[in-house]
Design a protein around this ligand. Structure first.
Ligand code: OSB
Ligand code: MG
Length: 367
């Protein structure tokens, strides 16, 4: 295949509700959509899952925009690609910037599947018709608000509830939630807010039968995570720590955690995501697909990768309506009883509604 044209759309979309984690609150999502076109005018789409600020990861929307226009787009444009895996290798000389790289990798995978006349899920080796999904709920000042958020998501049928925690909003919050909901599949995500000095606090969470504690310590602290895991009976799940196949390999070898949250953007795209999937499967490490408050395009990519067999735990890919008044794809993503159908249509299997994209576009550049 040959990429004849690339369009970048910087978009700003307002979520229905603010979302608070240990690193901050976000309501206006600012990110980039990438569109790659072949000579027949067929389009593949990708999403660069950045935010306006570098709080979750070092990349942010404006840094990825520069990365894309100055380095990555010129490498890909007019180039003959025999397989989407080539894109990962093509970008390899440039360090990190995985969210930016992933957005083009994903668009090329979508286009490749469309050219072949298959779904992206099938082309990736997906085996499931439906995927299980949970939901991630932000920190709330008022515990009653959190409890009612949980109740409504349990009623909707989500397969597990993830609660964001931070120092001062942890043990007591989980304790109160467990009083109301003793049996629901529950987990906590700290987004790197703790250090080994907090081991005693984190050990108190062991009594609440959590499925896992996600990313208690800083990214890069694989050794400290391994020390902490030895102290905890609750499995540690790694999110921010895993940026590559080698990160996953070393985390498994060190015993830094027992579960992997895979985010396609964080690891630089679907090709690397697949390699990590196979590694974890081989090692007996269960996985699930994390979310980055994506629009429908990123959501579609998440659904496709989650159809692979070792995504055995419910992921964060909730319904479009949990985030948006109107998503930018048709049909929108809809979880029914905690399950989302894996689309069978070509490529990502959802139609991108260009009018909706353009409504939110604050900058566009074509190459
Ligand atoms: O840590 O998984 C995370 C959102 C933004 C950045 C990091 C994270 C999250 C979420 C939300 O937990 C997941 C979602 O609903 O998309
Ligand atoms: Mg997380």
């Amino acid at each position: 295949m040959k990429i004849e044209q690339i369009n970048l759309y910087k978009v700003k979309m307002r979520m229905k509700n603010p979302f608070t984690t240990s690193f901050g609150t976000e309501q206006d999502r600012e990110f980039i959509l990438t569109e790659v076109k072949n000579g027949d005018g067929l389009s593949g789409w990708g999403e660069c899952v950045t935010s306006e600020n570098p709080l979750y990861i070092e990349e942010f929307t404006d840094s990825s925009w520069i990365m894309l226009e100055k380095f990555l787009v010129p490498l890909l444009l007019k180039r003959e690609i025999s397989h989407p895996d080539d894109v990962f290798d093509l970008f390899k000389p440039f360090k990190r910037n995985h969210l930016a790289k992933s957005s083009l990798d994903g668009a090329v995978w979508d286009l490749y599947a469309k050219e072949k006349g298959v779904s992206l899920a099938k082309e990736l080796g997906g085996e499931k018709d439906k995927i299980d999904v949970g939901i991630s709920l932000g920190i709330e000042d008022d515990i009653q608000v959190l409890l009612s958020n949980i109740q409504s998501k349990v009623d909707e049928g989500y397969k597990r509830i993830k609660l964001k925690i931070k120092p001062g909003k942890d043990v007591q919050v989980i304790e109160r939630v467990r009083e109301e909901f003793p049996d629901i599949p529950l987990m906590a995500d700290a987004n790197s807010a703790y250090t080994l000095n907090d081991t005693e606090t984190l050990k108190k969470l062991d009594q609440f039968n959590l499925m896992m504690i996600e990313q208690p310590l800083t990214a890069g602290d694989l050794i400290d995570h391994a020390k902490l895991q030895k102290e905890l009976s609750t499995p540690i799940c790694l999110d921010e720590s895993i940026h590559s196949y080698d990160d996953a390999r070393q985390a498994i070898e060190l015993g830094s955690g027992r579960i992997v949250n895979l985010k396609v953007g964080r690891v630089g795209g679907l090709s690397e995501a697949r390699r990590i999937h196979d590694l974890c499967k081989e090692a007996g490490i269960p996985m699930w697909c994390g979310g980055m408050l994506e629009s429908g395009i990123g959501r579609a990519h998440n659904i496709a990768i989650t159809s692979l067999s070792n995504f055995t735990l419910p992921g964060d890919t909730a319904s479009s309506s949990r985030y948006w008044d109107r998503d930018i794809i048709n049909p929108e993503v809809k979880a029914i009883n905690g399950q989302v159908d894996v689309p069978k249509g070509l490529g990502i299997g959802y139609e991108v509604v260009l009018d909706e994209v353009l409504k939110h576009t604050i900058e566009k550049k074509g190459f």
